[in-house]
Design a protein around this ligand. Structure first.
Ligand SMILES: Nc1ncnc2c1ncn2[C@@H]1O[C@H](COP(=O)(O)OP(=O)(O)OP(=O)(O)O)[C@@H](O)[C@H]1O
Ligand SMILES: [Mg+2]
Length: 228
């Protein structure tokens, strides 16, 4: 179960995007800590910097300045290759549009992150089956994404995020493409993973129904945290 140790420590993080001659300051000095076992909603208006902050925390992108301490280690200056390895081993991602590979069936989609880790196919298969059962998708393992409903695709995507036993799951608008009932089911799955397994989860959302169910809500405005 969760213990209250610090997983993420952002120290005065900035992100500047260069486009042509102009610069855009998307994050203007973010200091933020996330404990293991927390379930957090990241909210704020469109363009406030939520995805930018999540992408930096999830090793998809570099910060411009500041320090990022992950599990006690300073990861601010990792190379792209080191970022990719850390991301594969430590992070699970869930996106609004699922991003399942259309040619692979549900089982193969969930096994994929383990192939990048060079797990044997037999081990990968067993782990993927266990997780698919957990998200109640074990009856659909040979379905391709286009043979699944939106909610079912998102459950497969959550299984894919979980299969590598990540330290934290980042979900960017995971219910944004779902009708309200299906969104509620997906949210219940996240709540169960947090409460029963102590999974650390960060959800970016515009939906009050979703953020209200999280222990902690952090609000961004114009690249700064204005409420925590
Ligand atoms: N690659 C990029 N190049 C230039 N500007 C960018 C880039 N990515 C994001 N931005 C800008 O940074 C700001 C923050 O973007 P971000 O995607 O983090 O917002 P957000 O809070 O996730 O918004 P939304 O709720 O619409 O998803 C926006 O003004 C955006 O235009
Ligand atoms: Mg966004």
């Amino acid at each position: 179960m969760s213990s209250l140790t610090n997983l993420i420590d952002l120290q005065n993080i900035t992100k500047v995007y260069q486009s042509g001659m102009s610069e855009f300051h998307a994050l203007k000095g973010i200091s933020f800590q996330l404990m293991r076992g927390e379930m957090l909603a990241l909210v704020g208006a469109s363009g406030s910097g939520k995805s930018t902050m999540m992408n930096i925390m999830g090793f998809l992108d570099h910060c411009s300045t500041g320090n990022y301490i992950f599990a006690g280690e300073n990861v601010s200056r990792l190379t792209d290759q080191e970022l990719a390895i850390t991301r594969n081993q430590k992070i699970g991602f869930v996106f609004q549009s699922f991003f399942l590979l259309p040619r692979l069936n549900a089982l193969q989609n969930v096994m994929l992150p383990l192939f990048y880790r060079e797990e044997s196919p037999a081990v990968a298969r067993t782990k993927a089956m266990t997780i698919l059962k957990k998200v109640a998708m074990d009856k659909f393992i040979d379905h391709k994404p286009n043979q699944l409903s939106g909610g079912q695709q998102q459950r497969v995507a959550i299984a894919r995020a979980l299969v590598g036993d990540p330290d934290v799951i980042f979900a960017d608008e995971p219910t944004g493409a779902l009708d309200s009932k299906t969104g509620e089911e997906v949210m219940n799955l996240f709540l169960r993973l947090n409460q029963e397994e102590g999974r650390t989860i960060v959800i970016v959302t515009h939906d009050k129904e979703v953020s209200q169910q999280c222990q902690r809500v952090v609000t961004l405005k114009d690249g700064l945290i204005v409420c925590d």
